[in-house]
Design a protein around this ligand. Sequence first.
Ligand code: SF4
Ligand code: SF4
Length: 305
Amino acid sequence: MKIIEYYTAEKKEHWLNEIGKCDWGAGQYLYQLLRENNLKKMVGETALVPMLVDGDKLVAFCTLAPLDDIQPTELSPWIGFVYTYPEYRGHRYAGLVLDYAESIATVMGREYIYISTNHTGLYEKYGYEFLKMEKDMGGEDSRIYRKALAEDGPDKDRRYENGARWKAEIIKEVRKGVDMTAYCGFSCNHCFLGEWCGGCRSAFSCCSYGTMYDKGVCPNIDCCRKKGIDGCYECEELDECTKGFYRPDNDGTNACKAQAMFIRKYGKEKFFQVHDKLHEIYDFKKTQEILGTSVEEGLKILEGV
Ligand code: SF4
Ligand code: SF4
């Protein structure tokens, strides 16, 4: 048996059909959300579906996402849709998918992880404690459990080590064949957070800016999608725009806009070539360190390169 993740799995269609065989109403709902590609819209961009598999058979699954069925809430992240197939019950296999989710959340620096459930006495076995009652999105009472992830000790060390490995595997997979031009104008290929983020067009965008917003979608992405454009570099309002990452009080605004303007003028191919060179010539972590003085200066530096 091994744990794989739905969005990055080979034979995704097969695993979707396996989830569809689940005899539980909530499992059928998850099947429908995945089939219609709506899970991330509902619970957040960084949603994952860890699955314990036995050859071609699905043993257990759950979700790990910024949100679940308690919305709106300040609490995050959540484990949801925990299910073990009848023939595999009684072996605590659910604990393996929970551990996978908890490990990824640990690596993402979360202090607690939450579960909304009707069960009493189940999640306590996996180290969860009852926190409070809340109404779920359907108006029903739900028991909220949480588990502390940040307490130092061997458990955290083990989760961190495994979580780092699992997250790196996910990042590697989701980046394959994806355009690494960020909507705002950054290069996700050259981003200092690239090791931890799939890029904002991937199935696992952990953009530190995006995660501050509802369901992990940054305002620039949301705006581009609504306008039906590929990125801010295709927008007529780019020069004057103060939305999202272009907010005047953001220290990365000038550098980011300069890059979007460069793409608008010279295209993505040149942009990536210039970025490669930029890293050969200058020593920097964030582009604002060299392109941040002003949009005009930033653009000039990129053109000079
Ligand atoms: S943090 Fe933002 S710019 Fe960096 S790789 Fe992720 S989406 Fe791209
Ligand atoms: S208005 Fe601003 S955020 Fe929206 S697409 Fe245009 S440049 Fe991007």
